[in-house]
Design a protein around this ligand. Sequence first.
Ligand code: PNW
Length: 478
Amino acid sequence: QYSYGDVSQRVFPEGFKFGVATAAYQIEGAWNEDGKSENIWDHATHENPEWIDGKTNADVTCDSYHKFKEDVKLMKDLGVNFYRFSISWTRVLPDAVEGSKLNEKGVAYYNNLIDELIANGIEPYVTIFHWDTPQSLETHGGWLNDTIIDNYVYYARQLFISYGDRVKKWITFNEPQQICEQGYETAQKAPFLKLHGVGDYQCFHNVVRAHGKIYRIYDKEFRPVQGGEIGITADAVYAFPKTNSVSDQMAAEQFIEFYYGWFIHPIMIGNYPPIVIERVDELSKQEGRVTSRLPKFTEEEIDMIKGSSDFLGLNHYTTILATFGDPDSFPNPSHDRDCGVLTSRDPSWKPSAAPWLYEVPTGFYHLLLWIKEHYNNPRVIITETGWAGSGEELDDPDRVQYIRNYLSELLKAIYDDGCNVIGYTIWSLMDNFEWTYGYTNKFGLTYIDFEDPNRTRIPRTSYKVYQKIISTRRLISD
Ligand code: PNW
C-alpha cells in the first residue's frame, strides 16, 4: 500500500497522526479569572514588562479561555487527528502544593475543552507542564528545590484522576532544555535567573526525577484502568560539523549529547551521557570545587528513570554548524563551556523572523537517524515544528515551504531508513504570545489581530495546505 520513489507520491503510513499544538500561557488569557493564581510568566511580565518585546504579556492573548469552542471548530475544519495543549497548574491548583484543593472552575474549563474535542473527533494530547511554574513555588526556588518534585507529582496525579478517563496521551514536561537552560542559566525565559552551569543542572535533575516518579505512578496505578500512554517532550537542535574534519565531527556529536542527550540519555539508556559526566566533573575539579556541578543519581533513581517514556516527544525546528571553541570564549562556568562547542549557520540557510530559527530540512532527517541509531529506534512523535513570520500577511509561502520540506524529509526517514515516527504536530494552531518575543514572532497557521477585541481567527494559506496534506495523506502540490 506504500508508494516509493517520488516523495510526492509517498503516502503517510496508516496510523500516522497529524496534529497542532499550543500551550496554556501562550493562548488562554484570563490570567486571574475564576480563581487562577499567578505563575512565573504572569509575575515576570507584570513586574518587568521591559523584558518582553513591546512590553506585552499574555493577560488576554488569544482569549482561548473563552473561545476554546472556536479553536476546536478551526481544528475540526483543518482535519487534525489530535490537539496538543497544556494545562495551567495554577488554574487547577491555585495553592500549587501537595494536598491543596482543586479549583472547580479551573478543572471545569479543561473538562469542557476535552469534551468538545472528543465530540468533534479530535484526540486530546495533554502537556502537564509547559513552563508556567506557580509563582508561590518559585519563591522557594522553583525547579532548583527538590521539594517541587512531590508538588508536581501531586498536581499530575490530580490530572489523571480528573481527566484520565478521556485523555490517553500525556506529556510530562515540554522541553527541559528551555525550562532549565533558559530559565535558570541564560535568563531568556522565566524565572530569568543567571546561574550559569549550576542552576541548569540542578533544575534538570529535579525535572527528570519528577518525570520518572510520575511515570511509575501512572504505570502502576492509572494505566491498568485508563490504558493511556505517558512520555516526555524534549527539543533537539541538530548539529552538522562545520567542515569535514574529524574534530568538527566530534564537536557536532558532543553538541547533540550536551543539548539533547543530557535529557534523553537518562530516560532511554540510563544516567547522563558519559561525555557529559566526564567533562562537567573534570571542569568542576579544575574550578577547585569539592563536588561536581552535575548532580549524581542514586542507583534507584537511575532505574526509576530508565525506560520511563512510552514514546519520545520531539520538538524540532532548526540546525546549527559545530566546531570546538577556545574554552576562554565561554562564560566560566557555563553549560556552553562544559560543551565546548561554537555554533554558527550556513549562509545558504533561509532565516525566519525568529533569530534562532533557520530552515534546514536535511537536519531534521539526520536528527531522526541519530535518534534511531542512539536509542534503538524508539517510537517518536513530533510534538512541535514550525516557522516564524513577522508580518500580518495571510499568504505565507515561507511557512508552506518549511512544512512541505520538513515533511518530505520525514517521509524519507520513515521509508528509506525505517525510523519509527508515528505522528507530526505543527506549532501552532494560531498566532500567540511568543514568550520574550511577545507578539512579534508569528507561528500560526491562523492569523489573529491582537488589537481586535474579538480575536477573530483567520486561516492562512499554510492552514489550507496542511488541510490538504492531511486529507490526501500526501505532499502533492496544488
Ligand atoms: C518551543 N530551538 O520552544 C516551545 O515549546 C513553544 O512554547 C514556542 O512557542 C515554540 O517553540 C516557538 O519558539 C523552542 O532553539 C525554543 O530550537 C527554541 C528551540 C526549539 C523550541
